[in-house]
Design a protein around this ligand. Structure first.
Ligand SMILES: *[C@@H]1O[C@H](CO)[C@@H](O)[C@H](O)[C@H]1NC(C)=O
Ligand SMILES: *[C@@H]1O[C@H](CO)[C@@H](O)[C@H](O)[C@H]1NC(C)=O
Ligand SMILES: [Cu+2]
Length: 319
């Protein structure tokens, strides 16, 4: 390697911490009962959440990891749940700090584990239907994803008339702080294994189902969005419409009826010490809507970031 290349590699290494935060699902609660997700690449302990091997985002709508996240592995447990159950998902940054992003939607899909229990089910060909999508808070300036950056959970209600059986719950955040460039959207899918009880009967029609990859395109208006930083934000969710039998109303706050357990869940017990200083390595991930355009242009001029990415890949780095 020439001196010039070596020098460049050092420069690129110095830039890597800018994107090293990202994250994963650290904890799930079902009707107030807590389950823990495995830290990516850690020795897995029994869980209902499929473990991924990389906290960085899935890039590109055709990426096979759009299914359940980066190299997602079968999880060994399946949790009982009911039609209408309340689920909460706590996302964490890869370094144990709060989830680092605040721009973009939160969406939840389900798919039946066909022919086997979910702990054995390969979801490559799973047929997913959407049960929930959460975007902007009233006023269309601030995304609900901001609440996750603030340390709160995502709150979901399972369809109240859902037929019993084994299902994957695919809970996804799309971070759009780079989505003004084609291919810039960051996908963070996560799959949790549940066994729905009861004697309800509703199933999704095939017309409402998609595969992943397949359900999104890089050119969808909610994925490539040149006006993402214009406020008030006008946003079109990608993917199929929410199924007609989904729980109605907003899922943006947790229920008060299920007692103290859901609210006392708070931060994941397993969470590493959080470092919440806004400076240093995580700063690129902490942009608010107002600062975003300026800061991203300052840190990632388009041409530079593209050149950098190419160099980084040519140096054997992954992006
Ligand atoms: C599912 O099957 C695909 C394609 O054969 C394979 O690449 C993937 O590793 C499998 N996933 C799991 C979780 O076994
Ligand atoms: C979920 O509910 C909790 C408690 O009400 C709330 O703090 C949090 O912001 C909600 N999550 C989202 C994404 O709005
Ligand atoms: Cu990120």
């Amino acid at each position: 390697m020439s001196f010039r290349l070596y020098h460049l590699r050092l420069t690129l290494l110095a830039l890597v911490p800018l994107v090293s935060g990202h994250g994963y699902v650290a904890q799930v609660a079902i009707d107030g009962k807590d389950y823990y997700g495995n830290v990516p690449n850690a020795n897995p302990v029994p869980s209902i959440v499929r473990q991924i091997n990389d906290v960085s985002p899935v890039k590109g709508a055709a990426n096979p990891y759009l299914n359940c996240g980066q190299d997602a592995q079968l999880a060994s447990l399946v949790a009982n749940a009911n039609p209408g159950s309340q689920m909460q998902f706590w996302w964490k940054g890869g370094d144990g700090s709060n989830w680092p992003h605040n721009i973009g939607p939160i969406m939840t899909y389900m798919a039946q584990c066909v022919g086997t229990t979910c702990d054995q089910y390969n979801s490559t060909n799973a047929e997913w239907f959407k049960i929930e999508e959460t975007g902007l808070q009233p006023g269309d300036m601030v995304w609900y994803q901001q609440n996750i950056m603030n340390g709160g959970p995502s709150n979901i209600t399972l369809p109240p008339t859902l037929a019993p059986g084994q299902y994957l719950v695919r809970h996804e955040i799309i971070a759009l702080h780079l989505a003004n460039e084609m291919g810039g959207a960051e996908f963070y899918p996560s799959c949790t294994q549940v066994n729905i009880q009861g004697d309800q009967s509703e199933v999704a029609p095939a017309s409402a189902e998609v595969t992943f990859p397949g359900g999104y395109s890089d050119t969808d208006p909610g994925i490539y969005d040149p006006t993402i930083f214009d406020t008030p934000v006008q946003y079109t969710f990608p993917g199929p419409p929410v199924v007609s039998f989904a729980a109605s109303g907003s899922d943006t706050s947790s229920p008060t009826s299920s007692g103290s357990s859901s609210t006392s869940a708070g931060a994941p017990a397993a969470s590493p010490t959080a470092s919440s200083s806004g400076s240093g390595s995580g700063s690129q991930c902490r942009l608010g809507v107002g600062q975003a355009t300026f800061a991203l242009q300052a840190r990632h001029p388009r041409s530079v970031s593209r050149v950098m990415r190419r160099w980084w890949e040519s140096m054997g780095g992954s992006s």
